[in-house]
Structure formats: C-alpha cells, structure tokens
Write a protein that binds this ligand. Structure first.
Ligand SMILES: [Zn+2]
Length: 153
C-alpha cells in the first residue's frame, strides 16, 4: 500500500469507528471547537486527575479529517500530563503547517503523523488542527472552558 492509501485507510478507520466519540459523565473541562470554513463542529471533553489527562471524548460532527484527527489525538493524549499534551499539540500543528519536519519529533505523534500530507492541502489544515487547537486552548486557558467539576480541574 502506498503512503496515500495508508493515510486514507487510517482516516477512514477513525472516521467510521471512532474510539473516543461520545458523551462523558462528569468531565472536568469541556470546550467547543468550530471550523466554519468546513462546518466542523466538535465538543471536546476531558477528565483530568492530578494534572494528567485520564480520559478524552468528543462529540459533534464534521468532515472525515476533522473527526479522524480528534480521535487520533484522544488516543495519543490519554495518560499524558497536561504539559505533555500541550507540547504534542504544538508538534502536531507545527507538522500540519509544515514548520516541523524533524522525523524523530513527528514520530512522537504516532498514528497522527499519517496526517502529515495535509500540509500540502491548505483547505484541510483547519480541519486537521481543530481538535488539537481546542485541546490546547482548554488546557492553557481552563477559564475559557466550561468547568463542570471544580475539583481536579
Ligand atoms: Zn473539515
């Protein structure tokens, strides 16, 4: 399978069978992310304990790339510290914008690295980064996120 085929396969798999789509009970942080240019509209919910992301779920709708990207993101950030997750989001966005080309750094993204070629599709960049941007925003500025539970947040 060529690289393009692999990319399509991964996006399809996450889009059709997302592992992290749903409604969380008692999330600590909730933030909606919208990409009007495509119509992607997601709500990201995080469970945070002692500074570590214990769980991440999203709901909403959007194109295959936005949905697959946020699902891959949840895979990668569960179990990471907030700081680590913010750093990973920076790596992902740097890769998608074509600013980060270092392979060792990109490998940290694991499956999400398969979205690297989006860098050559400017119209899809906002779709790919939506979930990551939303997560970064809610972790860096928890006061903007809807704080459902005040403990641990
Ligand atoms: Zn989109």
């Amino acid at each position: 399978m060529d690289l393009k085929g692999l990319y399509r396969e991964i996006v399809n798999e996450h889009n059709l069978r997302p592992s992290h789509k749903g409604q969380m009970e008692n999330p600590d942080l909730v933030l909606r992310g919208v990409n009007p240019s495509c119509g992607d509209d997601i709500t990201l919910q995080l469970k945070i304990e002692n500074g570590v992301i214990e769980d991440a779920l999203f709901n909403g709708s959007g194109c295959a790339i936005s949905q697959a990207s946020v699902d891959m993101m949840a895979d990668q950030v569960i179990g990471r510290s907030k700081e680590d997750a913010i750093k990973l989001a920076g790596t992902f966005m740097g890769m998608i914008k074509g600013d980060i080309k270092d392979e060792a750094q990109i490998e940290e993204l694991d499956e999400a690295a398969s979205l690297q070629d989006i860098a050559h599709m400017p119209a899809r960049v906002k779709c790919a980064v939506l979930g990551w941007k939303t997560m970064q925003e809610m972790l860096e500025h928890p006061e903007k996120a809807e704080n459902i539970s005040t403990e641990n947040a």
